[in-house]
Write a protein that binds this ligand. Sequence first.
Ligand SMILES: [Zn+2]
Length: 192
Amino acid sequence: MAEIKTGDFVIPGDFLATAEEFVPGDGAYEEDGKIYSSCTGVVLVDVQTKHISVFSRTLGPPALKRDDVVVGRVEDVRDQSASVYIGVLRGREDRELPLPNMGSIHVSQVHTGYVEDMRRQFKPGDIVRARVMNARRAPVQLLTAGDDLGVIVAACSRCHTLLEREDSKLRCSECGNVEFRKLADDYRQGAI
Ligand SMILES: [Zn+2]
């Protein structure tokens, strides 16, 4: 394998160096001891600081990387997965997101436990906070296992009023409908 050097042109997912040799800078991320490019651009190898970075040609925003926390809107729910339109990268809200911005939550990644019915966890229109598992796939693979992750805003599927939390379930103050979701522990507390 040819060694990556300053000025090389790379695309997302290209191997740059091992994590023993370098630290990932802008436009790069580490996974399993290896550093990869997260964007399309030109490599900068800084031998002094041991950083390896990729500068996007379009001066775009940073790409999503593993363990980033994102906020999105559930678009569609199927037996095995929910698709999410990713709108916000938490902590970096001032920057526009790069493509791809569609994410997917697999049924095995919703909870730490087993999920029987995906449609009891999410519904289209829910606002969900999720963590990036794999940003190199399209759609980006997300997970919501964890107390701080899951639905943060949900509307009644009958009358579209925002649902109130009642212990582990949600109730519509307008029509009395009771629904369930994979909730984040701060459901409707205003934080993204
Ligand atoms: Zn209702």
